[in-house]
Design a protein around this ligand. Structure first.
Ligand SMILES: *[C@@H]1O[C@H](CO)[C@@H](O)[C@H](O)[C@H]1NC(C)=O
Ligand SMILES: *[C@@H]1O[C@H](CO)[C@@H](O)[C@H](O)[C@H]1NC(C)=O
Ligand SMILES: *[C@@H]1O[C@H](CO)[C@@H](O)[C@H](O)[C@H]1NC(C)=O
Ligand SMILES: *[C@@H]1O[C@H](CO)[C@@H](O)[C@H](O)[C@H]1NC(C)=O
Length: 186
């Protein structure tokens, strides 16, 4: 009797010690978590992202959506926050991203980064009421699944790239209230 209780005790101790950390119930993909924490750091740990902690499940974070079947991040949404810094190039390393919504971040600056071309699943990009600058990137034409582009109310300059006509699924494009010049392409 004594021996079996002792062995049950050591068995449960063994099970306890062999649990993977942080917890069995974490759905968050480790790569996605790493990238999201890089995004947080590159934006200088803003208040909006205070709940983004390494030991919490990124599928529970309010500013993202995980696909329930794959647990990969499919949506990133930052709205009306005191976020300052450059548009984080790390966003391009969330390979299952389909939707980006960034709105009313007046201290967000920088260019739309080239890393966005890695997001082959991207359907929807809205980056509005920020202070990003530079051109409307012609590289957006590589994202063949884009149906929606809203880049209104930023500081974008230059002309509208004719290559966007290659986006055969595109149904909406808003570029108003920037500093664009030139002709509207055929
Ligand atoms: C933008 O940054 C400036 C300087 O840090 C700050 O005073 C201002 O409140 C910020 N604006 C917003 C909307 O967060
Ligand atoms: C935005 O954050 C900056 C830096 O942390 C701070 O100085 C400023 O007061 C904040 N602005 C608002 C509107 O909260
Ligand atoms: C583009 O969309 C189609 C239809 O939704 C999908 O089957 C395909 O996998 C998508 N392509 C990429 C690269 O995500
Ligand atoms: C594009 O963004 C602006 C600013 O956030 C918004 O007012 C407008 O309704 C958006 N356009 C569409 C078609 O969603």
């Amino acid at each position: 009797m004594k021996t079996s209780m002792l062995s049950m005790f050591s068995l449960s101790l063994f099970l306890l010690l062999s649990l993977p950390s942080p917890s069995l119930s974490t759905r968050c993909n480790p790569n996605d978590r790493k990238v999201l924490l890089q995004i947080k750091q590159s934006l200088k740990n803003p208040t909006l992202l205070a709940a983004w902690k390494p030991n919490s499940d990124c599928c529970d974070w309010k500013e993202v959506i995980c696909d329930p079947s794959t647990n990969r991040i499919t949506t990133l949404q930052f709205t009306s926050a005191n976020i300052s810094g450059q548009f984080p190039p790390a966003v391009g390393y969330l390979p299952y991203l389909e939707v980006i919504i960034i709105r009313s971040l007046s201290n967000l600056t920088g260019y739309l980064p080239l890393t966005l071309t890695k997001l082959s699943h991207l359907r929807f990009i809205s980056n509005t009421k920020t202070n990003i600058f530079g051109p409307v990137p012609s590289f957006l034409s590589q994202l063949k699944n884009l149906t929606y582009i809203n880049l209104s109310e930023n500081q974008l300059t230059g002309s509208i790239p004719p290559s966007l006509a290659k986006l055969t699924k595109l149904t909406v494009i808003h570029l108003d209230r920037n500093k664009l010049t030139g002709k509207i392409p055929n």
